[in-house]
Every structure is written in structure tokens, then in C-alpha cells.
Design a protein around this ligand. Structure first.
Ligand code: GLP
Length: 240
């Protein structure tokens, strides 16, 4: 059973998780972090710079969960750019040590295997930050994803494209496909930290934490992991 921590607000959650990440970096300056995009992890990234003062972050490694396929890498909403803007630059990390799955069409055939190999070569992820989609997806593992899946190309659901349209000028601009770490990849991280805020996530959180373990709700895969922390506000916890 996951450890569930209910906090008053997203900023408190961010501070809590940032404390843990800072402690990991202090203990191992080469720690491998699992990074997530979306709005949910932002409070963690915003809380981190103050906690990293005085720590050597030059050797920290990181792997993002997912990327859009075929998006112009220069597009501000490509996850490569989001991670650079929200994480790498403000935290002063070495961009060479922070990887995002490669969504370029030319190399997409082996991009998943390459990414798995890079994670394995780094020794695996120590702490994986996770958000959750309103349909229960983690990374971009939409309902129906295999619990054993590794990094691969997936089709985005209409719901997720709708949810993410706010980051683009129109829904037509939201890519149709993505490359995402699989549920199997995510489950190999040594500590999963799932964050969720707001009423809109309440059902997905309840399903992930205490519903049936089912591919229909990919977040429920966390129940198969021995070390999971779920950090939520009251609204996101309201159906637990
Ligand atoms: C996005 C991302 C996920 C994220 C989720 C929730 O599509 N691929 O990694 O957890 O949807 O997004 P948000 O945190 O903005 O609610």
C-alpha cells in the first residue's frame, strides 16, 4: 500500500518532495532522477533551487518520462524544451546529463530501446516523480497499456489531447503520438512519488491508490511497487 501524504496545498507538496530530492543529491551527487512534465510537478521544481544552494548538482542525472512524437524540437511545448526551461536551467543542471525521449521521426524506430539502454546504463532511476492524467495515465501510458511495457510510441487519447490543448494555440496543434517510458520502465525506479492536486484528479487518484489493479487505469500499476509515496491535496484525496 502506498504511503499517502495529504498536504494543504501544492506548494507544501513541492517543498516536501524537494526536501527529499535535495537529500538524495547531498547523499549521492550522481543520483539519477526521474523527471515529469505537466503542471503538477512544477511546485517541486520551484522549491528546489533554494534547497540546492551549496550542493554540487553538476553530476546529477535525469530522465524525463515522455515526449511528443514529431513535434518541432524548438516548439516551446516540446517536453525537451519544457524540461530545459523548468528544470535544467533554474536548477543549474548539466544539460548533457538530462535526457528526454527522442521524438524525432527519423530515429523513432529505435528511440525506445535507446532510451531504455540509457536508463539502464545510468544504473536506473532513484526517485521518479509522477503526475497522473484525469483518465489515470502516468507518463503517457494511456488506459490499456501493459504493466510490463517499456519505452515506446503510443497514440494519445482524445481526452489527453483535450487536457493538453491548453499548452497549445489550438487542439489541432496537439500531436497525435508520443514516446513514453512504459509502466514496466516506471516500476523499475526505486521510489515512486506521485503528486496530484485538485478535484479533477480525485477519481484517478482513488483508482490508482486503492482501486482494482487494472490496465484500464494505468496509475494502478503503482500498487505493484514496494515503495510509493502519493502526495496530494485535500481535493485530490477526496475520493480516497
Ligand atoms: C501529461 C503528461 C503526464 C502528466 C499528466 C498530467 O499528459 N504526459 O506525465 O502527469 O499529463 O498533467 P498535469 O500535471 O498538467 O495535470
Amino acid at each position: 500500500m502506498a504511503e499517502v501524504v495529504i498536504v494543504p496545498d501544492a506548494a507544501t507538496a513541492g517543498a516536501l518532495v524537494a526536501d527529499e530530492i535535495a537529500a538524495l543529491i547531498a547523499a549521492d551527487p550522481e543520483v539519477v532522477l526521474g523527471l515529469a512534465t505537466g503542471s503538477t510537478p512544477l511546485p517541486v521544481y520551484q522549491a528546489l533551487p533554494a534547497r540546492l544552494a551549496g550542493l554540487d548538482v553538476s553530476r546529477v542525472r535525469g530522465f524525463a518520462l515522455d515526449e511528443y512524437v514529431g513535434i518541432d524540437p524548438a516548439h516551446p511545448e516540446s517536453y525537451r524544451n519544457v524540461i530545459r526551461r523548468e528544470v535544467v536551467e533554474p536548477l543549474g543542471l548539466d544539460p548533457e546529463r538530462i535526457q528526454v525521449p527522442n521524438g524525432a521521426l527519423e530515429t523513432i524506430e529505435h528511440a525506445g530501446d535507446d532510451y531504455e539502454a540509457a536508463i539502464a546504463a545510468a544504473g536506473g532511476v532513484e526517485l521518479q516523480i509522477l503526475g497522473i492524467g484525469t483518465d489515470g495515465h502516468i507518463g503517457f501510458n494511456e488506459p490499456g497499456s501493459s504493466f510490463a511495457s517499456s519505452t515506446r510510441v503510443k497514440t494519445l487519447t482524445a481526452q489527453t489531447r483535450q487536457d493538453n490543448a491548453r499548452f497549445f494555440d489550438s487542439i489541432d496543434e496537439v500531436p497525435m503520438h508520443c514516446i513514453t517510458q512504459g509502466l514496466g520502465t516506471i516500476l523499475r525506479a526505486r521510489h515512486l512519488v506521485l503528486l496530484a492536486f485538485g478535484e479533477g484528479k480525485a477519481e484517478a487518484v482513488a483508482g490508482a491508490v486503492e482501486g482494482a489493479v487494472t490496465a484500464s487505469l494505468p496509475g494502478s500499476a503503482i500498487q505493484l511497487h514496494p515503495r510509493v509515496s502519493v502526495v496530494v491535496d485535500e481535493a485530490a484525496a477526496s475520493r480516497l
